[in-house]
Structure formats: C-alpha cells, structure tokens
Design a protein around this ligand. Sequence first.
Ligand SMILES: Nc1ncnc2c1ncn2[C@@H]1O[C@H](COP(=O)(O)OP(=O)(O)OP(=O)(O)O)[C@@H](O)[C@H]1O
Length: 248
Amino acid sequence: MAEMVPILTAQGLYRFYRSAEEEVVALRDVSLQVEAGELVAVTGPSGSGKSTLLSCVAGLDDPDGGRILVAGQQMSHVPERVRSRLRARLVGVMGQNGNLLDHLTVTGNVRLAHRLAGRHRHGEPARIREVVDSVGLDVRADASPSQLSGGEAARASLAVALVNRPPLLVADEPTSELDEEGERRIVRLLLDHAHGGAAVVVASHSPAVADSADRVVVITDGSITWGQLVTGRRQPPCLVKPVSRSRW
Ligand SMILES: Nc1ncnc2c1ncn2[C@@H]1O[C@H](COP(=O)(O)OP(=O)(O)OP(=O)(O)O)[C@@H](O)[C@H]1O
C-alpha cells in the first residue's frame, strides 16, 4: 500500500519571544504530522503555545528553529512574499478574532479571499455561492459581519477560510464564544472538510472539539506532552512523531 503523504509536517519547532526582561520559549522541539483526512485537536493550558504553533504552521509566523512543510512545500524560513503566496494557496485560517472585514458583506468577504488567492480576478460566483451555502449562510449572504450572531460570524469566517479549498485548515479557538448548538455546527463543518481530504488542525479548550477529533495532542509549556487517537478511524503508527534533528 502506498505510504500516506502528510499534508502538514512540522519538525522540531522552536519559537522564542524575547523582551528586555525575559525570554519566553513558546515552542520547544515540537513535531507534528497531519495527514489528509485527519482532524487534530491541539489542547493544553492557557499560555502553553497552541496559538504560536498554529500561527507557525499556517505561515502567519516563522519559527526560530525547525521546519514546516505544507503539501510538500517549504513554509518556514522562506521570504515573507513566498510564505504569503503559499499561505493563500495552501492554508485556510479561521482566527480567534475572525477574518472578516466589516465594510463587506458575507459574500464580499468570501469573494475577496477568493480573489486574493489569485486564481480568479473577480472571484468565481458559483464557488462563492457554494461555500456560503455550505456553511448555512445563504439567507445571510448580504449581511455585514456586525449584523451576524456569534455562530453566524464563525461560519462566515469558516467560509472565508474554505473558499480556496485549502489542503490545510487551521482554526484557533473557533468555538470559544459559541453555544452548544453553534459549536456542534462548526465542528461538523470542520470534520466535513477533513473527511473530504484536507488536514485540519484546531486549537481548543473545548472537550466537545477534542471528543470529535481524530487525534488530540496536548501542549504543556511549549512541548507536546501527550497524544491520543480518539476515533480509531485511522491507525497512525505513531501519534506524535519525534523527528531526529539530523533530518533538518
Ligand atoms: N507576541 C508575543 N510576545 C511575547 N510573548 C508572547 C507573544 N505571543 C505569545 N507569547 C507568549 O508565548 C507563550 C505561548 O502563548 P500562546 O498564545 O501560544 O499560548 P496559548 O496556548 O495559545 O494560550 P491561550 O490558550 O490562552 O490562547 C505564552 O507564555 C505567551 O505569553
């Protein structure tokens, strides 16, 4: 059987934050692989490094050490313009504070993300409608983000992240402000994207997100300290692969 190619490979990541008074080691030798079709939940105490890890693997930030490959493309330690181009093509980001511009409608936000990926000068109307419908926002397509409920805004943010069919979807606390029903809908949509063939990485404190994930990894004080296969749908030989430093 052909070997599964991971969509995301993060090897030996380090990230330091330095100020005049102190140095924080936000990531300490973190390695993680996520394959197509997998939803991985990253959990752990506040300040443990979840957002830092997600920013690095999404190409929003560059690690100080280690290497990141997304769909076989080197995302770390490349010029910022290369990283942005790769990010637009390969990564969908659903952020903690949303990725929506308030002067645009839901459709306008999705269209802009589609155009910025560079494939369609004016966006592809059928794809834009399709993704807005898929998150259940067809009736709110002409609303601006400030007119949306928390759950609707989260789904609009997800539509923006999904419009370019990214092989890697990264979501930082996507359900933190939602009620149970809102959370269930987001988790369902994230799982649908993963099971459609993408790799999905979600940072969350929510037990409901962890329960639905294919795999959970726990970060404590900048290091992955624990990993567990939850659904049993996949049988990866090693949940959190330690990667020898001689490989980078
Ligand atoms: N821009 C920054 N400058 C300095 N320190 C930072 C910066 N961003 C994060 N940190 C520090 O790095 C560590 C990891 O932060 P991070 O936001 O990744 O944690 P987290 O697990 O996502 O936390 P939370 O669950 O509260 O969102 C923390 O000690 C934090 O204070």
